[in-house]
Design a protein around this ligand. Structure first.
Ligand SMILES: Cc1cc2nc3c(=O)[nH]c(=O)nc-3n(C[C@H](O)[C@H](O)[C@H](O)COP(=O)(O)OP(=O)(O)OC[C@H]3O[C@@H](n4cnc5c(N)ncnc54)[C@H](O)[C@@H]3O)c2cc1C
Length: 424
């Protein structure tokens, strides 16, 4: 009898636990350990920040859901992993042993790389967690009484650009609906070398598409932006040229700023000798397995993926839903294979699919494979993307409530986008 431990109960961890339970014979135990007792659907956070959603719409209490499926649950942060002894330590001091460990701990939000950044004692907001999005909403209500300039974007080293674009368009839409857009200059400030790069080297002609959308929405932009510090109401940016030389200094005044931080791996995972790269992301092989520890697998934002290309200001490659779904499936099949005495052979796909909401319309991007040159470079804009994104949210939350692991991207999104046909 084996004990499979999943650390993290987010977009990767919850489906991993459900899929394991569906396939693994009952004699094997599964336990999920997560830092908090609720699941949050992170992709909805931009909507929470403008109150298009509330916390109760996009979060779920985990314990009863897992209990119903015969999966153990402990709501405690993991503070240490002894990978040689196959044992974890939790914040309350208890130890938990495992035979297989699945790490899906998402990102550590690395605000402290830029002095004055971040929502905890800094001057910029984030929408990376539901708490952060709610904090934005609190300040936004006061801002609406006395509006002014807004800065939205991504810090040096960031890898998750989709939500920054989304949030710029969502905020512009919300302000337009309130008839306040004319009082709010919006500037998009990003470490990407050009608009539409998205950490992917662009997806087809995403540059023209998103520049055009920015122009249509009166959003100005600064790219190759190395944000160096933030003071109350002011963002300091050194803009680099394409060769990486400083080319212009900016001091951008703002009343509200939402800057996505660079990500790192969480401390307990990063501290395991030989498990991670210098930023704390888990080094894995093509079967999602740790290169050093054969009984440790990892999926989602916590895995190490090399940048698609070198950029003047550092950027990373995004890890989005489709990729995470396929990583999780590969892990489950590999653990089951091993327990049945077969070698692990399943692989995740490192393809990028991004649905970005823009308020009342949206943009879809598909990059197969993630690193160019590609077989498929595809982008489209339309109201159907906005609706597809709402469908994705509703279906994912339904799936988490019902406790099944049906792959959404494989079954619905790829078909809806016609990508399976494009791939052939
Ligand atoms: C604002 C935002 C919007 C996004 N929108 C989209 C989108 O629309 N579509 C898309 O495909 N992708 C999107 N992404 C990217 C990606 O899909 C999400 O970041 C997704 O949540 C990543 O899943 P994950 O399982 O890797 O991490 P998470 O979902 O962040 O889960 C991490 C889990 O680990 C737990 N944890 C962390 N540290 C510990 C610890 N020490 N001990 C125990 N538990 C721990 C956390 O509590 C959490 O349960 C978005 C990302 C962001 C930030």
């Amino acid at each position: 009898m084996a004990h499979v431990l999943v650390i993290g109960a987010g977009v990767g961890g919850m489906p991993a636990a459900y899929e394991l339970r569906e396939i693994l014979p009952r004699e094997h135990r599964i336990t999920v350990i997560s830092a908090v007792d609720y699941f949050q659907f992170t992709p909805s956070n931009p909507w929470i920040a403008v109150h298009w959603r509330e916390r109760q719409h996009t979060t779920l209490e985990i314990a009863p859901l897992l209990e119903r499926k015969g999966i153990g649950f402990i709501a405690q942060p993991v503070t240490a992993i002894d990978a040689e002894a196959n044992r974890l330590t939790l914040a309350d001091g208890q130890g938990v042993d495992y035979d297989y460990l699945v790490i899906t701990t998402g990102p550590k939000l690395s605000f402290d790389e830029v002095p004055g950044a971040g929502p905890h004692g800094g001057h910029t907001h984030s929408i990376c967690t539901v708490d952060h999005a709610e904090r934005f909403w609190q300040d936004y209500q006061a801002f609406l009484e006395n509006p002014g300039p807004v800065v939205i974007g991504a810090m040096p080293g960031a890898s998750c650009f989709g939500p920054a674009y989304e949030f710029a368009f969502i905020l512009a839409t919300d302000l337009r609906r309130r008839k306040l857009r004319h009082k709010v200059p919006i500037t998009y400030v990003s470490s990407e070398p050009y608009v539409g790069h998205m950490g992917l080297g662009g997806v087809g002609d995403s540059k023209s598409m998103l520049e055009s959308e920015f122009r249509q929405n009166d959003i100005k932009w600064i790219t190759n932006a190395r944000t160096t510090k933030v003071e109350a109401g002011k963002l300091f940016v050194t803009q680099l040229d394409d060769l990486g030389n400083p080319y212009q200094e900016h001091e951008l005044p703002f009343k509200l700023a939402m800057m996505l931080p660079a990500f790192k791996g969480v401390d307990a995972v990063a501290a395991v000798p030989g498990l991670c790269n210098p930023r704390g992301f888990v080094l894995i092989d093509e079967h999602q397995r740790s290169k050093k520890y054969r009984n440790i697998f990892a999926a989602g934002v916590c895995v190490a993926i090399p940048p698609v290309e070198v950029t003047p200001v550092p950027t990373g490659a995004p890890k989005t839903g489709y990729m995470i779904e396929s990583m999780v499936s590969a892990i489950v099949h590999n653990i089951v294979a091993e327990l049945n005495g077969r070698p692990a052979s399943a692989r995740g796909t490192w393809n990028a699919i991004c649905l970005a909401d823009m308020g009342d319309t949206g943009a879809a991007f598909v990059a197969l494979p993630q690193i160019p040159p590609r077989n498929v470079n595809w982008n489209r804009k339309g109201k159907w993307v906005h609706l597809a994104k709402i469908g994705f949210e509703k279906y994912f939350l339904h799936k988490m409530r019902a406790g099944h692991s049906e792959p959404i991207y494989e079954k619905y999104v790829l078909k809806a986008l016609g990508i399976l046909r494009l791939e052939k």
